[in-house]
Design a protein. Structure first.
Length: 192
């Protein structure tokens, strides 16, 4: 039951993008096509999960025993940067079209505060390694859900008669706000 609460809270109630407002840059930048959004979601899922595992182990078995917890943030950023480089190399080999579609936003996962935020929150919430992994996967799924829904809406809006002054980023921001309000309706379901 504890893991189900973590999953529901991370995906719906405290959605990393729509409730905690972390990871807005890729959310807005990669959300013009559903296919690109799905590719970014997969990359974020991979990086967020592995980053949480590695940073948890580094914190628990290196930083705490050496009493250098103050290096947590810089250490986490280095781990995330390394993982993103690994994803970038793999995508370049396995799926060049997706690599091209993600463009500059793939290296930006390194600075995606959602990935860093989940790694830090795992420690702050005193999760075990398994709870941290579930939390990371659930947050990545919440990120994917928000990104794919938003990109689907944006694709649909491109086909609609949006007033000239609202085309592009203005209508995207209004849509993101409405989507965030919709997700905030879940706040009464689970206390996290």
């Amino acid at each position: 039951m504890e893991y189900i609460v973590i999953i529901i809270a991370a995906v719906f109630v405290n959605n990393i993008v729509l409730a905690q407002f972390l990871g807005i840059c890729p959310f807005l930048g990669v959300s013009s096509k559903v296919s690109t959004a799905a590719g970014m979601s997969g990359a974020v899922l991979f990086v967020m999960t592995l980053a949480t595992i590695v940073t948890y182990l580094v914190f628990t078995y290196i930083l705490v025993p050496l009493n250098i917890q103050f290096l947590q943030t810089i250490t986490y950023i280095l781990v995330i940067a390394w993982l993103v480089q690994m994803v970038e190399i793999m995508l370049k080999k396995v799926s060049p079209p997706l690599y091209q579609a993600l463009g500059i936003f793939l290296p930006l996962i390194t600075t995606n505060c959602a990935v860093l935020g989940v790694a830090i929150l795992t420690i702050q919430k005193d999760f075990t390694l398994l709870q941290g992994v579930v939390y990371a996967v659930a947050n990545a799924l919440g990120f994917a859900l928000a990104l794919i829904i938003f990109s689907g809406i944006r694709e649909h809006l491109d086909l609609m008669g949006v007033p000239k002054g609202m085309k592009g980023i203005p209508i995207a921001l209004v849509t993101a706000g409405i989507l965030a309000l919709a997700f905030m309706g879940f706040a009464g379901l689970v206390k996290s």
